[in-house]
Design a protein around this ligand. Structure first.
Ligand SMILES: NC(=O)c1ccc[n+]([C@@H]2O[C@H](COP(=O)([O-])OP(=O)(O)OC[C@H]3O[C@@H](n4cnc5c(N)ncnc54)[C@H](O)[C@@H]3O)[C@@H](O)[C@H]2O)c1
Ligand SMILES: CC(C)CCC[C@@H](C)[C@H]1CC[C@H]2[C@@H]3[C@H](O)C=C4C[C@@H](O)CC[C@]4(C)[C@H]3CC[C@]12C
Length: 369
């Protein structure tokens, strides 16, 4: 099945298209790509919202499948023009085994690359993560760095390790000959912490705040900056890359780009309060209420409890040594590489991103009552 771009942009595959980011990518493609004729949404778990998309002008096909199964990926990708690969296991809480994280994130990505090569798909956009760079195990700050900022990227946690390996596979695959003899063009996007409609961890913090009588307690110094980016802008950058890779293959092929926008630089907790504050929560304390050594102790205790309770139940709290280090290490990005290379400008201003996220949290509140 060969793609024919004379009749509009041929098949696009959104792998992981039912996830938090994936759904925004799917909706963005349908809104911003008038040339799009066919969209295949490949995911382990298909969402009911896909049904509403099937009545529009674009031929939307939902494919339930597993990226770890090479034949399922190849069948989904065959004949497509571009693959946007956002599928992955995002687990920094110890819910899944390191082997499964590796299998889905690394072997799954290898399968996507091989499917492109074997079936003749020429363009691959991969959702990497800022965690491919850091924060590293030494907790060194990365202050408003860009793609060229030197930083010792050393990881031990299974999730960042898997993202780093998968990103490397994607970048190394750039230039490989696909079926038909043309070169594969690949590119990796590295979002910082994504927020916006559908963000599960924001929902968890919100519910925790409600349980604590409308309060959250500061745990991290306000001076520690944590990079955040609005999901709509991350989706937009993916769509733009999928569109431009064909025209700017020599410049963009094999490149990495941080995913950024104009969201303010703040601590993880202060940033969350931009949304949770207007929904009635209060962050108590101008300084952390517990000493850092106690947080370290509680995080270690959580690891022990997780291990002890594993035969009985899954205990996976937000606080563990890795998440504490993430939240407590400055990691922010300041770059214009995506603007220079393919004309990226955030589609949503900070005010709009904030308003949309607040409305969504308020809707979560409404549906919880
Ligand atoms: N959420 C963030 O803050 C963030 C930041 C940077 C990068 N990322 C990356 O963005 C991507 C999407 O993350 P997200 O936050 O939307 O996560 P998510 O869990 O909401 O979405 C991931 C999607 O992948 C699907 N998936 C998982 N295993 C699969 C498998 N074996 N086969 C097929 N599909 C499978 C899931 O069903 C889900 O729909 C991931 O690659 C993640 O590493 C996320
Ligand atoms: C110490 C506690 C009070 C707060 C714990 C917050 C913790 C759950 C948060 C802090 C930072 C968050 C990560 C960060 O935004 C970036 C990413 C990259 C992405 O690839 C996956 C999600 C992840 C790891 C966020 C997960 C939640 C974290 C650790």
């Amino acid at each position: 099945m060969a793609s024919d771009s004379r009749f509009g942009r041929p098949g696009t595959v959104a792998a992981g298209g039912c996830g938090f980011l994936g759904e925004h990518v799917v909706r963005m493609l349908l809104q911003q790509e008038p040339q799009l004729r066919e969209l295949r949404i490949f995911d382990l778990h298909l969402g009911p919202w896909l049904e509403e998309l099937k009545t529009g002008p674009v031929q939307v096909t939902a494919i339930q499948g597993d990226v770890t199964q090479a034949h399922e990926v190849a069948a989904a990708v065959a004949g497509a023009h571009v693959v946007i690969h956002t599928a992955g296991l995002v687990d920094v809480f110890g819910k899944t085994s390191p082997e499964t994280i590796h299998e889905v994130n690394v072997q799954g990505t290898r399968n996507v690359i091989e499917a492109c090569v074997q079936t003749g798909t020429r363009f691959l956009v991969y959702t990497s993560s800022m965690e491919v760079v850091g924060p590293n195990v030494k907790g060194q700050p990365f202050y408003r760095g860009n793609e060229n900022t030197p930083y010792e990227a050393v990881h031990r946690h299974p999730y960042p390790c898997s993202k780093a390996l998968a990103e490397q596979l994607v970048l190394e695959a750039n230039g490989r000959k696909v079926l038909g003899g043309l070169p594969l063009v690949t590119c990796a996007l590295r979002p910082t912490g994504i927020y916006g409609e559908g963000h599960q961890i924001m929902r968890d913090f919100y519910h925790q705040g409600l349980r604590l009588g409308g309060r959250l307690f500061r745990a991290i110094p306000a001076s520690v900056e944590h990079g955040r980016v609005y999901v709509g802008n991350v989706a937009w950058m993916h769509v733009l890359v999928a569109r431009e890779l064909e025209h700017r293959a020599a410049l963009m092929g094999g490149q990495v780009y941080f995913c950024y926008d104009n969201s303010p630089y703040k601590s993880y907790e202060d940033f969350n309060m931009e949304f949770l504050g207007p929904c009635g929560l209060r962050l108590v304390g101008t300084h952390p209420l517990l000493p850092y050594w106690l947080l370290v102790f509680l995080a270690a205790l959580n690891v022990l409890l997780q291990w002890l309770l594993r035969p009985l139940l899954l205990y996976a709290p937000l606080l563990n040594p890795y998440t504490l280090a993430m939240a407590n290490t400055t990691f922010t990005v300041s770059t214009d590489k995506a603007r220079r290379h393919f004309g990226y400008e955030p589609l949503f201003s900070w005010e709009e991103s904030r308003t949309r996220t607040i409305r969504w949290v308020q809707a979560v509140e409404g549906s919880a009552q």
